[in-house]
Design a protein around this ligand. Structure first.
Ligand code: PMP
Ligand code: GLN
Length: 382
């Protein structure tokens, strides 16, 4: 069998979660909460099932959920979008990203990714026959380098993928960044795939700068959200894509032959739950408190704290630890940390095509306070 993805193995998230389970380590690796969602959300699913919402929904998604999403896009980002022609419900952001790429990338097209980047982007581009053009974010700050991005745009560039708030760094693009991106793309027909799954986790008084706020970006963007992140239900795998009608039409052509539809009762439950904006409006404060608890605990250790103003990830440098394992490649260090110290983490090198090793690992702080305290106690030994 000739592999379609010869350069990729099992994702690091699967590998590290399996190792954490096997060793009984505190799992701060893969990004998911270790606490449950609002029981009201579960009740809403039960009610939807009892009301008989158990067959295929319309192909683009349950209308009430698309309407609720349209209302949110208008209220939060000032974008008026038509739920019938511009919003599609997907099986999580993962499917949304793949389907968007398959819908617009032709063999040989270039797609710009900003490294470090989420691990599905490059294999998705390659499955479409496209070529991933990797542009580094500035090492250390993980800020966009617009000179480098501009230099990477060629007549073959079909799209650029932007992810803010950013996994793994937690960095957040500012309004000025988005305006610069808008200006850069204005004279081109490069599309934007805007991965905004952490849109409701932005700290220190910053605001999420959705592509939806910028007309010149919204007109060329697939804007991707995930309910899994926002409502603590990563296992539900429900997300949305907002895009102009012509782009949505192409997206749906692929979507219908990919998953066709997404599970019905969850969509009804999410639509009902979205009527109350409090859960997503309060999420930033909820996670900022956890970030601060975790950072304060790490401040007393030899780990170096990197800046982070969004997502539920904290990156740390390991170069100053008092153990010889600090000199291991990041991936080996994470294996050692999991097995010997009992805390799982993700090596940043997993987010680079060339395995760039800068002695930085990522912890997920979407955990109960007690889980975080237990992990901190173990990490303090280093
Ligand atoms: N993009 C990024 C940046 C992510 O961190 C994740 C979640 N790991 C996804 C996409 C996928 O989201 P979902 O679980 O909704 O498929
Ligand atoms: N997005 C999550 C992370 O970055 C995990 C998703 C996955 O396991 N594929 O850790």
């Amino acid at each position: 069998l000739t592999s379609r993805l010869p350069h990729f193995g099992t994702t690091i998230f699967t590998v590290m979660s399996a190792l954490a389970a096997e060793t009984g380590a505190v799992n701060l690796g893969q990004g998911f909460p270790d606490f449950d969602c609002d029981p009201e959300l579960v009740n809403a699913v039960t009610r939807a099932m009892q009301a008989g919402h158990n067959q295929y929904p319309p192909m683009p998604g349950v209308p009430a959920l698309r309407q609720a999403m349209a209302a949110k896009m208008l209220a939060l980002y000032g974008l008026a979008c038509d739920p019938n022609t511009e919003i599609t419900v997907t099986a999580g952001a993962t499917q949304a990203i793949l389907t968007a790429i398959l819908a617009v990338v032709h063999p040989g097209d270039e797609v710009i990714v900003l490294e470090p980047c989420y691990d599905s982007y490059v294999p998705n581009i390659e499955l479409a026959g496209g070529v991933a053009v990797r542009v580094p974010l500035t090492p250390g700050s993980f800020r966009p380098d617009f000179g480098a991005i501009a230099a990477a745009i060629t007549p073959r560039t079909r799209a650029i993928i932007v992810n803010s708030p950013h996994n793994p760094s937690g960095q957040v693009w500012t309004e000025a960044d988005m305006l610069q991106l808008q200006e850069l793309l204005a004279p081109t027909d490069v599309l934007l795939i805007s991965d905004e799954v952490y849109e409701h986790m932005v700290f220190d008084g910053q605001q999420h700068q959705s592509a939806a706020r910028f007309p010149g970006l919204a007109a060329r963007a697939f804007i991707i959200s995930s309910f899994g992140k926002t409502y603590h239900v990563t296992g539900w795998k429900v997300g949305t894509v907002v895009a102009p009608a012509a782009m949505t039409a192409e997206f749906r052509k692929v979507h219908q032959f990919n998953v066709f539809t997404v599970n019905t009762p969850m969509q009804h439950a999410l639509a009902a739950y979205m009527a109350n904006p409090a859960p997503y409006l309060e999420l930033s404060a909820f996670y900022q408190r956890k970030r601060d608890l975790f950072r304060e605990g790490l401040a007393g250790t030899r780990f170096t704290l990197l800046p982070g103003q969004g997502t539920y990830f904290q990156c740390v440098g390991i170069g100053d630890l008092a153990v010889p394992e600090r000199d291991l490649p990041e991936g080996d260090f994470c294996q050692w940390l999991t097995r010997e110290i009992g805390v799982a983490a993700i090596p940043l090198s997993a987010f680079y095509g060339n395995g760039f090793d800068q002695k930085v690992v990522r912890f997920c702080f979407a955990k109960k306070d007690d889980t975080l305290r237990e992990a901190l106690q173990r990490l303090a030994r280093l």
